[in-house]
Design a protein around this ligand. Structure first.
Ligand SMILES: Nc1nc2c(ncn2[C@@H]2O[C@H](COP(=O)(O)OP(=O)(O)O[C@H]3O[C@H](CO)[C@@H](O)[C@H](O)[C@@H]3O)[C@@H](O)[C@H]2O)c(=O)[nH]1
Ligand SMILES: [Mg+2]
Length: 196
């Protein structure tokens, strides 16, 4: 399907906030499917790209997850020490380089291989963030450090070893409710036999 850029013309851009994440407001002229031009106002959060990874140990049939405090979740009144797959911002690195770095910093696992699976926009209505998804088969011998995150960035990350079937149950009972984590765990359930 073609998506001609000529259907969209940015008329003006205004920076509303420029802190950790830049927030812009745009006026755009958008030509709709009937050919009529609509002037729209839209706000965009300019989040940089990220990567996340499923660390699966086939011998023990378990996944490595991390638990850390998430302020946005806390502000919503949900349990904020969230259980997630290891993840991080690319910080200008190639996605594979970045996820290798994050896996080491957060979990202490040295990855023998990291296979790219797919990318996704978690919130395309407003947020530029694109997340690259990876999988790596690991073994207990690959854990060469403690992990836990970077002290200088005040990361306080607990490393969890969770049997895959138990992690699947934790989605059902609401203990795991992070989108990228649910996606990778469901991928694992569909592909577990190919990872053994
Ligand atoms: N100063 C400052 N530091 C921040 C801020 N927000 C985050 N940080 C710091 O920036 C670092 C980000 O850590 P990463 O491991 O690179 O990223 P992440 O927070 O794990 O991000 C992943 O998960 C998020 C939640 O699911 C995703 O939003 C993100 O795209 C990515 O997948 C952490 O040290 C964190 O403390 C902020 O507003 N101000
Ligand atoms: Mg992280």
């Amino acid at each position: 399907m073609t998506q001609p850029k000529s259907r969209v013309k940015i008329v003006s851009a205004e920076t509303l906030s420029n802190g950790w994440t830049k927030l812009s407001s745009y006026l755009l002229d958008y030509i709709d499917r009937k050919g009529a031009t609509q002037r729209l106002k839209r706000e965009v959060y300019h989040r940089t790209p990220a990567a996340c990874i499923l660390l699966y140990d086939p011998r023990r049939d378990l996944v490595i997850l991390v638990r850390q405090f998430r302020l946005a979740v806390h502000m919503n009144g949900d349990p904020a020490w969230m259980i997630e797959v290891p993840a991080g911002l690319l910080d200008d690195d190639h996605p594979e380089q970045a996820i290798r770095r994050e896996a080491m910093e957060e979990t202490g696992y040295h990855l023998r291989d990291a296979r790219f699976l797919f990318k996704c926009y978690p919130s395309p209505g407003a947020i530029t963030e694109v997340v690259h998804f990876f999988v790596s088969v690991i073994d207990i011998a690959d854990r060469v450090a403690e992990g836990g995150g970077l002290d200088e960035e005040h990361e306080d990350i607990e490393v969890l070893e969770v049997p895959l079937d138990e992690a699947a149950q934790m989605i059902e009972n609401g203990e795991i409710f992070d989108a990228k984590t649910i996606m990778l765990l469901q991928w694992a359930l569909l592909n577990r036999n190919k990872l053994r």
